[in-house]
Design a protein around this ligand. Structure first.
Ligand code: AMP
Length: 279
């Protein structure tokens, strides 16, 4: 497995690979790797000759300095996991490698970043698009792999790729869950066992939405699920939305669009986000 720390070095290496006809798949991560990340590596291996995993805790997408400072960074363990998963290339840039001191970025994301994560964490998706654009420019992959776990992020990156005409195919991969249903996340290491059990309420709420979809009007469904989520111990719900899966806008009953439910809640100090396709 090759490890690169600079844009120049990885760029040169991948150019050689492209020149001999190899296809490249990129899996961008912030590290603290778990089986959700590894599932993306495996999906990338199926579709591309060379799998590149980037590990970069991107400061511009954090809206809380403490969250950035506390974000887990078990780099040696991550590299070992990637080796085990037979990833081909790891990109481990320092912050100064990715950002100049004075730098600004703004992309119009339409309505996509005005709801849910975008409204709870203003500026978050500007930071996400900023780093993903830089990684796509550096790696120039044929495919880039993202988890459904961050569904709104995937829709926003799709929007950017379309808007900026970036020649990459995006692949959305299913959510990998703990045995109890909790979606795997790097921040889960900060949950106690009791909190982990409480956090499964978010998954259960989404399951309830899926099971009750079609039995009630969407507003009743939303109310029922929100009420159930609120009644669970240790959970502080932030939002539960049922929206058009393409536009993330509200849907009317009997709308023929694909429909997705998305939820965010706090368990102790940790934010949990999760989602489930309803139709
Ligand atoms: P992160 O390191 O949290 O920025 O995540 C890197 C990538 O892994 C993103 O595309 C996430 O959506 C994806 N990911 C995170 N958790 C999971 C999961 N439980 N299942 C599938 N993909 C995931």
């Amino acid at each position: 497995m090759e490890i690169f720390y600079t844009r120049e070095e990885i760029g040169e290496y991948l150019k050689k690979m492209r020149d001999v006809g190899r296809t490249i798949g990129l899996v961008p991560t912030m590290g603290a790797l778990h089986n959700g990340h590894i599932s993306l590596i495996n999906a990338a291996k199926k579709k591309s000759d060379i799998v590149v995993c980037s590990i970069f805790v991107n400061p511009t997408q954090f809206t809380d300095q403490k969250d950035l400072d506390n974000y887990p960074r078990p780099q040696e363990e991550d590299v070992r996991k990637l080796e085990e998963a037979e990833c081909d290339v790891v990109f481990l840039p320092a912050v100064e490698e990715m950002y100049a001191k004075e730098e600004s970025w703004h992309i119009d994301l339409g309505k996509l970043d005005q709801v849910m994560e975008g409204s709870v964490r203003p500026g978050h998706y500007q930071g996400v698009t900023q780093i993903v654009k830089k990684l796509l420019d550096t790696v120039m992959p044929d495919f880039a792999f993202f988890g459904q776990k961050d569904y709104q992020q995937f829709m926003i990156i799709s929007w950017m790729v379309k808007k900026l005409n970036i020649p990459v195919k995006l692949v959305l991969c299913p959510i990998v869950r703990e045995p109890g249903g909790l979606a795997m996340s790097s921040r889960n290491v900060y949950l106690s066992d009791a909190e982990k059990a409480e956090a499964t309420a978010v998954y259960k709420a989404l399951l309830q939405a899926k099971n009750e979809f079609g039995l009630f009007s969407l507003s009743e469904l939303k109310e029922r699920v929100t009420r159930a989520l609120r009644s669970r111990p240790g959970i502080e719900p932030e939002y539960f939305e049922v929206v058009n899966a393409e536009t993330l806008e509200p849907v009317a009953d009997n709308d023929p669009a694909n429909i997705i439910a998305l939820a965010a809640a706090k368990v102790g100090k940790i934010r949990i986000i999760d989602n489930m396709i309803l139709k």
